[in-house]
Structure formats: C-alpha cells, structure tokens
Ligand binder design. Structure first.
Ligand code: 0O2
Length: 217
C-alpha cells in the first residue's frame, strides 16, 4: 500500500462501518427507554451512564491480523464482535442482572454470547458482565444484523477497570506478580464497596416503605 491507497482503503472501511453507528444508536435508545421506565416503575434508575465507541479501522485490522484472518470488511463483520461497543455503568450489582434480563426480553435482539466476569472474575480481579448481541438495523436496501459488545458493570467495577487499564498499559503487558496481587486486592475492595452500598440502599428502601425509623437500627 502506498499512502494514497491506504487512505482510500480507510475511507472505504469507514463507509462500510457506518452501520455500526446505527446499531449503537438503536441500543442507546433501547437503554434510555429501559432506564426511564425502570425509574418510573421502581423509583430508581439502574443506569448511571452509558459510553459507546466504534473501533478504529486500524484497530480492527490489527485484531484480524492477530486472529490470522484476511484483512477484509467481510471478515471484520463476521469475526470481530466488538467493532461497536457499549459500556453501561450501573449503580448496583443487582441492576446489572436486571438490565440483562430486560435485554433478554427484547425480541428483536439476539444474545449471542454471555461472559459473566462477575461470577467468574479474571485472575487480575476484572469484573463485568459482557454480552455479544446482534442488533437488526434497517437500511434502504434491507436489514442487516450487526454485532455489538455490551459491557455492564458497577461504578466500583468501572473505577477499578479504568485505572487497571492505565496501569496495565504502562507496564506494556508485563506486570510483575506482586503488583498483580495488589490489583486483585483492590478489585476485592471495590467489590466490598458494592456489597456495602447495596446493603445501605436496601435498608433505606425498607425505611422508605415502612416509614419506621426502627427498621434502620
Ligand atoms: P478496549 O481498549 O477496552 O477495547 P476478544 O475481544 O475476543 O479479543 P476476549 O478476551 O475474549 O477477547 O474478550 P473479553 O474478555 O470479553 O474482553 C474484551 C474487553 O473487555 C476488552 O477490550 C476490555 O474492554 C475489557 N476487559 C477484559 N479484560 C479486562 C481486564 O483485565 N482489564 C480491563 N481494564 N478491561 C478488560 P479490549 O479490546 O482488550 O480493550
């Protein structure tokens, strides 16, 4: 490739990947509706914030290469499932599973894969619920089903993962054993915080329902 070829190639990739932007818009709308309806019914909004991103074509090419696949748009669409990614930060662990149940009930979404790193955290302590879903996008020439990776985590899990990401990349993927143990300890501390905040919330909920200060004791 000369530079001109490369930039033409990138433009072609970008044009082909526009459908992922539409898929993210679909998912974001669904999440917004679920959040607002949940607030309306349960007086509590499970979602703190949502971030979405589309993988850069160069990142997709690197991943295809790593997987030993030819660098084509067709291969990317079939084999790279995190081109479109949504990260949802929830208030409590129970919100994560409530949201998952709500997404499962959406008949137009197909849940292709579930990785529960909350039940089974990674050795470094990483926790999150990962879903690979397929979202139908209706275009002028028909419907296309698009993979979207959904990561759902609590604020505490997100705090840990964001900082771990920075630390990990600083060490250029060769993090010493003793620091790995400390990261794991920090993840456990984040989990304790999640459990503690949920206990407090449950007691406040009981107080609000019963209206009796004694129940808070
Ligand atoms: P980025 O920059 O966040 O996009 P695969 O996606 O198939 O290559 P794998 O391991 O099967 O790989 O996917 P998995 O475990 O579902 O994780 C994919 C994404 O989860 C990562 O994307 C991260 O966003 C996040 N993740 C997984 N493990 C960790 C971890 O130990 N620490 C942190 N901070 N995040 C993690 P990318 O593409 O690696 O990175």
């Amino acid at each position: 490739w000369n530079l001109d070829d490369l930039s033409n190639e990138l433009i072609e990739w970008k044009n082909n990947l526009i459908v992922y932007r539409f898929a993210l818009e679909e998912v974001n709308t669904k999440l917004k509706i679920l959040n607002e309806e949940f607030q309306f019914i349960h007086n509590h909004n499970p979602i703190e914030h949502i971030k979405s991103r589309i993988k850069d074509p160069r990142g997709i090419m690197v991943k295809l290469n790593r997987k030993g696949l030819g660098i084509t748009v067709e291969n990317a669409k079939e084999h790279i499932h995190d081109i479109a990614g949504v990260r949802i930060t929830c208030s409590f662990i129970s919100d994560i599973y409530d949201l998952y149940e709500m997404l499962k009930k959406q008949s137009d979404l197909k849940i292709i894969e579930v990785k529960d790193y909350i039940e089974n955290p990674k050795p470094n302590g990483y926790k999150s619920l990962h879903l690979i879903i397929k979202v139908p996008v209706f275009l002028s020439n028909g419907m296309e089903e698009v993979f979207v990776e959904v990561q759902i985590r609590t604020i505490a899990m997100d705090f840990w993962a964001s900082l771990e990401h920075k630390i990990y990349y600083k060490f250029d993927k060769g993090i010493p054993e003793y620091l790995l143990a400390e990261l794991k300890e920090a993840a456990d501390a984040a989990h304790e915080l999640d459990v503690k905040m949920k206990k407090i919330k449950d007691r406040v909920d009981i107080y609000q329902t019963v209206g009796d200060a004694q129940t808070l004791v």
